[in-house]
Every structure is written in structure tokens, then in C-alpha cells.
Design a protein around this ligand. Structure first.
Ligand SMILES: Nc1ncnc2c1ncn2[C@@H]1O[C@H](COP(=O)(O)OP(=O)(O)OP(=O)(O)O)[C@@H](O)[C@H]1O
Ligand SMILES: [Mg+2]
Length: 266
């Protein structure tokens, strides 16, 4: 392992993965440093969520390496694997809170599972995480009583429950009104400001991309078709990249066709 690999929060090398016999990711490489937000872009179905699932071992890699803090998740098993995964938080695309328990209990769940603390302590820590995402006071609500934006925040609170070095966010602002979306972008920037956490955010919201991205990676047909700083990716001549960013210049009516076109290409 090179020195650079061990200091990075995430290194993915030539990752190949899929479901059943269907390959979805065909040789993906990317790296994330502490204090950095890498945005993953790509049309619907291009494999963004699958990539995040591979990082946390929910989808097995067929080939390639996923190093978290320099440690290979696929080479580890049992306690070693659990220890690596404790350092990663994933906020799912659908917040995926358990409806039978309160919001605070949802956030306390990973804390009780992985840290040796009693329930009152876990709930206290959970309320601290909820406060950090602007949900102080919502801990006793059931998930069904939360708005869409609040559910997204609660999902992020659960993802940061164990103070991970690597935070994965799947569409944190999709489907939210612009004000709520901006508030979540600010929250993500606040988490980054701690400096020791690396963040991978999947998003197709141009507002979010412009606000939070230090670097961007664009996926299509299972491969990385562009990567670099946001300015570099924006300047990439690949027509799929250009179509993605041109949306912001087009009137609303023309956008849908372009998005359909992008989906068709994927
Ligand atoms: N559990 C699964 N079993 C089989 N195929 C799946 C599964 N989950 C996703 N797929 C397929 O993998 C491909 C990539 O899906 P994925 O959810 O990773 O895309 P995405 O880029 O996150 O899309 P979106 O922007 O719509 O969230 C799609 O063709 C999808 O149908
Ligand atoms: Mg997805």
C-alpha cells in the first residue's frame, strides 16, 4: 500500500460489481481525502447507489479494491470487517428509517449496536446527532410524522451516529424545495468543515453540486466518463457531460426532454 492510500479516507480501484449476472459497475476508480466532498453524478440507473452499496459491502465487488482508511473491505471478515464499517456512515436515498420506533431510537440503534453504551446514553448521543442536523426536539416524533426534509436530515443523523471518517450521502437534497435543499447543503458543508471526514455525495441537483462539490465524478455505462474539479468536469467535451450541465441553461420546458435523453443513453 502506498502512503497516499493509507491517508485517504476512501480509495476505489477498478471496481467491478453487479447483481446476479448483470454487471453494473465496470471498472470504477476514485479517491476521497479527509475534509473533501466528492460528488458522484450520472443519469438514473447509471449505478450511483450501487457504488455506495459496494463501499459499505452491501453489494459484493466482483473485482477491484475498496479501501476504507487504507483497509480493504473485501479482504476483511468478521470483527475486522465490522471495525472498518464502523468508520463509514451511509444515508440512504430513501431515508430508510424504521417506522416502528421514534426518530431518536432510530439514530440510537447503530450506537447501541456498535458501542458499549446503555440505552439512555445512546439516546442522549442520538439527540446530540439530531441537534447537529437541526432536528433538536424532533427525537420523540415517529418517522411518519416528519416532513421529507426532516426525514433526510434524520437519515444523515443516523449516518453520522458513530462519527464516521467517511460519510456517504445518496441524493441528500432530491425532491426537496430549494430552501430546504440549501439548508441541507449548508449542513453537509458544516460536516465537512470539521476537516477529518471525507464525504461522497450522490446528487443530480445542480444547486447542490455547485454548492458542495470539491471534486466531481460522472458515471455512465458503468464507467467514470469524467472526473476532476467541478470546473474540469464542466469543461469535459463528452456530450453526456455537456447535456447534464446544460440543463441549467435551458428553459424548464426543454429540460424534461434532455433528462429523458440522458436516461435513454444510460
Ligand atoms: N437490488 C437490485 N437487484 C438487481 N438490480 C438492481 C438492484 N438495484 C439496482 N439494480 C439495477 O442496477 C442499475 C443501477 O441502479 P442504481 O440504483 O445503482 O442506479 P442510480 O444511478 O442510483 O439511479 P437513480 O439516479 O435512479 O437513483 C439499474 O439498472 C438497476 O435496475
Ligand atoms: Mg440511486
Amino acid at each position: 500500500m502506498t502512503r497516499a492510500e493509507s491517508t485517504r479516507v476512501l480509495v476505489i480501484e477498478d471496481l467491478v460489481a453487479g447483481y446476479g449476472d448483470t454487471m453494473i459497475l465496470d471498472g470504477i476508480s476514485l479517491a476521497v481525502d479527509p475534509g473533501e466532498i466528492v460528488v458522484v453524478l450520472g443519469a438514473t440507473g447509471s449505478g450511483k447507489s450501487t457504488l455506495l452499496r459496494c463501499i459499505v459491502g452491501l453489494v459484493e465487488a466482483w473485482q477491484g479494491r475498496v479501501l476504507i482508511g487504507g483497509r480493504d473491505i473485501n479482504a476483511a471478515s468478521g470483527v475486522g470487517r465490522e471495525e472498518i464499517l464502523r468508520g463509514v456512515g451511509l444515508a440512504f436515498q430513501e431515508a430508510a428509517l424504521l417506522n416502528s420506533m421514534t426518530t431518536a431510537e432510530n439514530v440510537a440503534l447503530p450506537i447501541m449496536e456498535h458501542w458499549e453504551v446503555d440505552e439512555p446514553t445512546a439516546l442522549m448521543l442520538a439527540r446530540m446527532r439530531l441537534a447537529r442536523v437541526g432536528l433538536a426536539g424532533a427525537g420523540d416524533k415517529m418517522p411518519a410524522e416528519l416532513s421529507g426534509g426532516m426525514r433526510k436530515r434524520a437519515g444523515i443523523a443516523r449516518a453520522i451516529a458513530l462519527e464516521p471518517r467517511l460519510l456517504l450521502l445518496d441524493e441528500p437534497t432530491a425532491g426537496l424545495d430549494p430552501t430546504t435543499a440549501r439548508a441541507i447543503d449548508e449542513l453537509v458543508l458544516g460536516l465537512k468543515a470539521r476537516g477529518d471526514m471525507g464525504i461522497v455525495a450522490v446528487t443530480h441537483e445542480l444547486g447542490s453540486i455547485n454548492t458542495i462539490a470539491d471534486r466531481a465524478v460522472m458515471l455512465a455505462t458503468g464507467t467514470v466518463i469524467a472526473s476532476g474539479t467541478l470546473a474540469e468536469v464542466r469543461a469535459d467535451p463528452d456530450p453526456r457531460v455537456q447535456a447534464f450541465f446544460r440543463r441549467e441553461l435551458l428553459p424548464q420546458a426543454a429540460r424534461k426532454n434532455l433528462v429523458d435523453d440522458l436516461e435513454w443513453r444510460a
